[in-house]
Design a binder for this molecule. Sequence first.
Ligand code: ADP
Length: 149
Amino acid sequence: MKIAIFPGTFDPFTRGHEDIARRGAKMFDYLIIGIGHNSQKKRYFPVELMIEKISEALSDLPNVSVKAYDLLTAEFARKNQATYILRGLRNTTDFEYENSIAQANKQIYPELETVFLITSPPYAHISSTITREIYKYGKSISEFVPYSL
Ligand code: ADP
């Protein structure tokens, strides 16, 4: 059984993330969306709210679940018997960052393979940071997220 983790901060989960999750759900038997949450780091959108919204947005996918975690991603994967990490790539900045995380994860858990999906063009410009900014200033973010807030 091929189990994958799609880890991220998801503050908030966007249509770009949704696209990666939906495509990933077709590639693996089971996909766990892992919200990495360090209790010392401040988030804008509470983890519990995001779990609820992501579950709602992906409720049609029976092989996807959502969990929060506060440990190394590689350890979270091991704990869930996942041997794949799924990540999205938008640009070269993402690539530089992802390259080093993937190497580190493999050192911690050698059986772990990181799989990258290139963002779909309609979502390439969406980031959690921009979505948060728009929301903070009271504008609608319905174009950016797959649920209502
Ligand atoms: P992190 O803080 O771990 O980078 P994010 O929540 O920002 O977490 O992103 C999680 C994953 O989703 C990363 O692999 C990121 O590159 C990818 N991602 C973010 N936005 C998009 C998008 N618009 N299209 C495709 N992938 C994306």
